[in-house]
Design a protein around this ligand. Structure first.
Ligand code: ACM
Length: 264
């Protein structure tokens, strides 16, 4: 299976320009089976107001950006995960969608909102779903979710082989260090598709990363350049949870000792 990411700088408030840019970058996607795009790709990130967040959002049914992703997946026989500014009634969600050749397979709404996102978005209300696409099972997290190991663990316990992580990371260095650790602790592949560029006072940190279940970084982009990177993986690595012949990363847990985790 060939997996990858597109690292780019979406245009704040100009979805058409972003789609043209993705088109150009995807020419180098090398027959990928699964590609991950950054967080909030249809809108950009650093809104000046709730009005701007609202104007750049889309209902998923009828979304121009979703139609674009669906057409790409049909054309290339592939799956794409992308961040999207989702409008639902009078609420906005910071959402990741999973799209395949037959259309949208599911979505996740960001649980852990970062800084000003709390002014615009409603916290996720769909839990932590895992989607079976045939060759593998996919879990979704978004950007600042990286700080919460419980979320990664739940996805691993639900059988995710690959965790796709659309991001707009801004704190230099931190998440990119944590990603390979989440990979090895849960014995999963992780694809973090970060963005580059600057919006207002925020500079995004790039360094999009694919890490494997042994914590090896298979691919990493630069901190500043747009890029598409892909790599062939053996998904069976994510299904071998044995750390030693007598230690299983999930079955050796002692959940009866962790009850504090589910208290407020
Ligand atoms: C982030 O969650 N976009 C930092």
């Amino acid at each position: 299976m060939r997996i990858g990411f597109v690292q780019l700088a979406p245009y704040l408030g100009d979805m058409q320009a972003t789609m043209h840019r993705i088109d150009a970058l995807m020419a180098d996607a090398d027959g990928a089976d699964l590609l991950v795009l950054p967080e909030l790709c249809n809108s950009g990130y650093n809104f000046e107001s709730r009005e701007q967040a609202w104007e750049t959002s889309e209902e998923l049914g009828g979304s121009v950006f979703m139609h674009y992703l669906e057409a790409k997946c049909r054309q290339h026989g592939m799956h794409i995960v992308s961040g999207i500014n989702e409008r639902d009634g009078d609420r906005l969600f910071n959402t990741a969608v999973l799209v395949g050749p037959d259309g949208c397979l599911g979505k996740y709404r960001k649980l852990h909102l970062f800084l000003n996102e709390k002014d615009y978005f409603t916290p996720g209300d769909l839990g932590l779903p895992v989607f079976d696409i045939g060759p593998c099972k996919i879990g979704l997290l978004i950007c600042f979710d990286w700080l919460f190991p419980e979320a990664w663990r739940v996805l691993a316990l639900k059988g995710a082989d690959i965790i796709c992580h659309p991001s707009n990371l801004v704190i230099p260095g931190l998440a990119q260090k944590a990603i390979p650790i989440h990979s090895v602790i849960n014995r999963v592949f992780v694809i973090t598709a970060n963005r580059v560029g600057t919006e207002g006072a925020l500079t995004f940190t790039g360094l999009s990363t694919i890490a494997d279940p042994r914590s090896d970084v298979l691919v990493q982009a630069s901190a500043t350049e747009e890029a598409v990177r892909t790599v062939d993986i053996d998904i069976s690595l994510a299904r071998d949870k044995m750390i030693t012949p007598r230690n299983h990363a999930l079955n050796d847990r002692r959940p009866e000792e962790y009850t504090l985790l589910t208290e407020r």
